[in-house]
Design a protein around this ligand. Sequence first.
Ligand SMILES: *Cc1c(COP(=O)(O)O)cnc(C)c1O
Length: 495
Amino acid sequence: MNYVSTRNKTVSLTASQAIAQGLARDGGLLTPEVFPKITPAMLEDWKGKPYGQRAVAVMKLFLEDFSEEELTGFTQAGYSAEKFDDSRVAPLHTLNDNTHCLELWHGPTSAFKDMALQILPHLLSASLVKNREEKTVCILVATSGDTGKAALEGFKDVDRTKILVFYPKDGVSEVQALQMKTQEGGNVGVCAVHGNFDDAQTGVKILFSDEKLRADLAERGYFLSSANSINWGRILPQLVYYISAYCDLLNAGKIQMGDKVNYCVPTGNFGNILACWYAKQMGLPVGKLICASNSNNVLTEFIDTGVYDKNRPFHTTMSPSMDILVSSNLERLLFALTNQDDQAVAGYMKQLSETGRYEVTDELKARLKEEFFGGFCDEAKTSEVIAKVWKEHNYLIDPHTAVAYQVMEEYRAASGDRTQTVFVSTASPFKFCDSVLTSLGVEEVRPGIEALDQLNQVTGRPAPGPLAALRDKEIRFEEHVDKEQMMDVVLTMLK
Ligand SMILES: *Cc1c(COP(=O)(O)O)cnc(C)c1O
């Protein structure tokens, strides 16, 4: 199977080349040229298997230059009982007759980024060997919270990799900072940058574009790469849980083979919902794809009108992982919906970078509406939903998940569609204790890590082990620098 660039179809790479390279040289995203088919017989077979084996079976269809044995090793390491606190890995929690929550936060950092970042480092490390790359890769990350910690846990002690994470000193929660400062592993580095997320991100971008640094590091046997969701190795593991959820619904007798299921996904960079759409392209019986946004509702408008316009105010919300105005992975959807018209995609992306706006053709607008429903949920409503779901279903959800729940209900009310629906839960409520406690009506929320105990007391639900264990962990990284000093931090780590 070939991987092509969304901006130039004549680029043709193997899977391991696409993963090692990350982004196409023309700035496009590397994407499979064709999608293999899932048959009912395959689903029948997979439904009897545990999650790890479902993952191997699905990923194997896309990774021709990897052996089944290799992939089995990756999933055994990534989704082990030591890393995931539920042996089902991505369990479904049923709320009522036709509503099910797909919990993607049972991994080491309590957010769904683990589902892919527990696998990507193994895929990347093996891809380097397959392509005779002798240097060690150093992953540089600027993080506003979830991605940095999940990448640290994923790359921790993986061969031929190092990882260095910069986070804004004033831009992450106390729990998030503690998660990173206590990170274990022999190949990891963490450093705070004075300022906000933009400062950290700009600093990392400057490092990536510094030719002299690149040459210095090459001499020392290193090259820089990133772990963000434009890498195919981050999208692929995400296809698996949509297929797995379908198998679980079959096993539970909620559906018969071939019945359609709707999925509702809280969306930021469009990676997670794109994976669901790809599963549909493979033949998974998916009905409507419901795209849920917070007050940063650029995607809601796009699905409604076909106009993508990032020229709008940026809102800081209680679902920060969805505070995004440019959803990078949308480019892959455009490529598919235009029947792989690379020139059209390159044109849209050029307009986006020059004017912050583009409008797709009428034909494409119609295709979008056929496949997707877009909705958004503001801050007040998000709080209300957290309280309502707790009260009505005795089920605790985080703000990102609450956004999904609300948009799912909005879709149902508007359409009358009663199809079995899975809404996706992307973070443990304990990762966002303050917002959850406040939503439940608690007036005095305790500071930092003490809020974990408080949420536990108020709800009787246990905090995930790795979060509860934070208070006993040794602080390993306390360095904080101005953004001009980030280069020194890199050079010191990669001596
Ligand atoms: C990253 C993230 C999202 C958004 O996922 P995308 O793939 O960027 O659309 C939603 N919720 C949480 C908790 C996340 O960490």
